[in-house]
Ligand binder design. Structure first.
Ligand SMILES: O=C(O)CCC(=O)C(=O)O
Ligand SMILES: [Fe+2]
Length: 629
């Protein structure tokens, strides 16, 4: 691999890191046991320090040697508007959380892992990657210093845990350099005559009191410039004895593997891996498994997914301690209960700022009978698990950047191209697997049922609605976004308000139960005033296996956001929209959208479309049925 920012003046390293990454998210995903901090330089969990990252912000006298590191405690820097650099403008707080955690690690002699970023200026050799795991270390000293501007900050000295091995960052050809053992050097301490506390003689220029409560703190006897002080050889070369039960976490975590009862969709299977071939950290991007993120490496890893029976979703629904019934703000939201083709339907209306209805949400409740119908939810859930739905996690933020973030759910787009905040590649309906087409047909049916039921409801109830927002001429859906949720995946508050979209968005929910929330945007002026971006939820409801949600009204996305929080092992959401081809300016892209959005013939009759009649039920084996059979 090519070196990042190679500095020709530096020597080559004598080895290579056991773990490395060119992206922060991949690093955090792959080595979450010791560094899972997407920002900041420390990773601690419940007050215990596990990992430390040294990168851009090095200060005077910071150093990385073969067996020791001297660095500064992060945090407390602000952007200096004159230099454009991050700088400390005030004394570091002795009680800050970073220091608390470091003190505990020092006192407990915790073994931690240190990682160096490529922006670290004093790295002794050419640094190979953006993030490089160094090794296990223990903290030996923690003390405050003062800079030339009289601002105090804390420093840390770390010693490599294993003093026998040669560090990979030792310059090539100098493998014996700076290798010392306990007792070879001893750094003496001296008592301060003023505060009567001891401080080590850490500087070559002479002893200095390191108690920042003392009036003699950091006053140099020799009168030397504090910015020019240098550490004493004894302080740098001293090595401490290893004591106590010290059990380091492995630098290279085991590859994710399924055990006895695992379905392969549990939370732990969303973690990253350290490639056993090239040691690159890689995120789990694909439904099918892991692919090494190093473009020069071809390693892949899979964990067989075991079919999650629909009965499991029903069990999760019954066991969950979550809200079982819908709740809504009666001052804002209207509610009616309808019956449509065998479904119990909750119909909600949403007001705009002036109180006129701008949107509606219809929730179709799948009964246990509906769930088990041929082509119904149980059938579709099972079929979806058998197909390759090309599900992938896509960049949600900063695509390509070293801090790129992926969505936590997996998605694939079918039909016309749709840019849903996140860029998701699209596949034409002609190449879509059958469950996707069945989903489209069912949602298109629900869409049309909703529009006619709404017309009838609004007329009967004499409800005034905003006609611009809530057009009553339905279009056939030409796009479907399939989302796959492993355990602990969510979709946070967002709207589906892209200007290319028709006014209706319909979702079929399959598998694990979830809660859907709607909240007004603060900018809408609807509901209670809040400081945040969104007000409190005005509608919350459980969304269970087989339920369908139809949102109608373009303005609903202007004024409200929605989120879905599943709870369980595996959930799919199939969401259909209509992308208005006339809004696509580029003629080639428009023609492609029309072509890709065409529904293949003969699919219509495959969809489950509800019925008032008893209908045919599936004859699946026991474990794949609803518990009601
Ligand atoms: O998972 C869901 O049910 C909702 C998905 C959603 O909101 C979306 O795709 O925009
Ligand atoms: Fe959405």
């Amino acid at each position: 691999m090519d070196a990042v920012n190679p500095d020709e003046s530096k020597p080559q390293p004598s080895g290579s890191p056991e773990v490395w990454s060119n992206g922060r998210a991949a690093l955090c995903n792959a080595v979450e046991s010791y560094f899972n901090s997407h920002q900041g330089s420390q990773y601690a969990c419940k007050g215990k320090l596990y990992g430390l990252l040294i990168d851009k912000y090095a200060c005077h006298r910071d150093m990385v040697k073969s067996q020791i590191i001297i660095t500064n405690v992060g945090g407390g820097r602000k952007l200096d508007s004159t230099t454009g650099q991050m700088a400390r403008t005030q004394n570091q707080d002795d009680a800050c959380s970073q220091l608390k955690v470091l003190r505990a690690a020092l006192n407990n002699r915790d073994v931690i892992v240190v990682i160096s970023g490529s922006q670290y200026p004093y790295f002794p050799v050419v640094i190979p990657h953006t993030y490089n795991v160094l090794d296990h270390f223990i903290i030996t000293d923690l003390w405050p210093e003062k800079d030339g501007k009289n601002i105090s900050h804390w420093k840390i000295r770390l010693e490599k845990f294993d003093l026998q091995s040669v560090s990979w960052w030792t310059p090539h050809g100098e493998e014996d350099r700076e290798q010392f053992n306990a007792g070879q050097y001893i750094c003496e301490a001296q008592m301060c005559p003023t505060c009567e506390t001891e401080s080590k003689i850490i500087f070559q220029q002479g002893w200095i009191c390191l108690n920042n409560k003392c009036e003699e703190f950091f006053r140099c006897e020799s009168g030397a410039d504090v910015d020019k002080l240098t550490y004493d050889e004894k302080f740098v070369n001293e090595r401490s004895h290893r004591v106590g039960p010290l059990e380091p976490v492995p630098l290279v975590p085991a590859l994710p593997n399924a055990e006895g009862g695992d379905f392969g969709t549990e939370k732990k299977f969303k973690m990253g891996m350290v490639c056993p071939k090239c040691r690159c950290c890689s995120r789990r991007m694909h439904w099918k498994g892991w692919e090494c993120e190093n473009p020069d490496c071809d390693f892949t890893h899979t964990v067989q997914l075991r079919e999650v029976p629909a009965a499991n979703a029903v069990k999760e629904e019954q066991q969950g301690k979550r809200i079982k019934a819908s709740s809504y703000n009666e001052k804002l939201v209207g509610r009616w209960d309808l019956k449509i083709a065998g479904y119990d339907v909750e119909a909600y209306s949403f007001p705009g700022k002036d109180g006129q209805v701008v949107g509606s949400v219809f929730v179709y409740r799948a009964t246990s009978d509906i769930r088990s119908k041929v082509n119904g939810p149980d059938d579709l859930y099972r079929a979806m698990q058998k197909e390759d739905l090309r599900l992938k996690r896509n960049p949600a933020r900063n695509p390509g950047a070293r801090v790129e973030q992926l969505t936590n759910h997996f998605s694939s787009n079918w039909g016309a191209f749709y840019k849903f905040g996140v860029l998701v590649e699209t596949n034409g309906f002609a190449e879509a697997p059958e469950p996707i087409l069945r989903g489209q047909a069912q949602l298109d049916w629900a869409h049309k049922e909703t529009i006619s039921a709404m017309k009838e409801l609004f007329e009967a109830e004499e409800i005034e609605y905003c006609e611009d927002s809530m057009t009553l001429e339905p279009h056939t859906f030409n796009e479907l976004l399939s989302l796959g949720y492993f355990e602990s995946c969510v979709i946070n508050y967002h709207d589906d308000g892209e200007k290319e979209l028709g006014p209706t968005v319909a979702t079929l929910s399959l598998g694990s139960p979830s809660i859907m929330n709607f909240a007004p945007k603060s900018s809408s002026g609807i509901g209670k005033k809040t400081k945040g971006k969104y007000g409190p939820a005005v509608l919350s409801f459980p969304l269970n296996h087989g339920d369908i949600v139809v949102m109608h009204g373009s303005m609903i996305h202007k004024h409200y956001v929605h989120s879905v929080k599943p709870a369980g092992k595996l959930r799919f959401a199939l969401t259909c929209r209509y992308i208005r081809p006339e809004t696509i300016h580029d003629p080639k892209a428009r023609a492609e959208a029309i072509e890709k959005g065409k529904i293949p013939e003969g699919i219509e009759q495959l969809a489950y479309k509800g019925t008032d009649e008893p209908g045919q039920n599936l004859n699946l084996d026991d474990n794949s049925r609803g518990n009601d059979q």
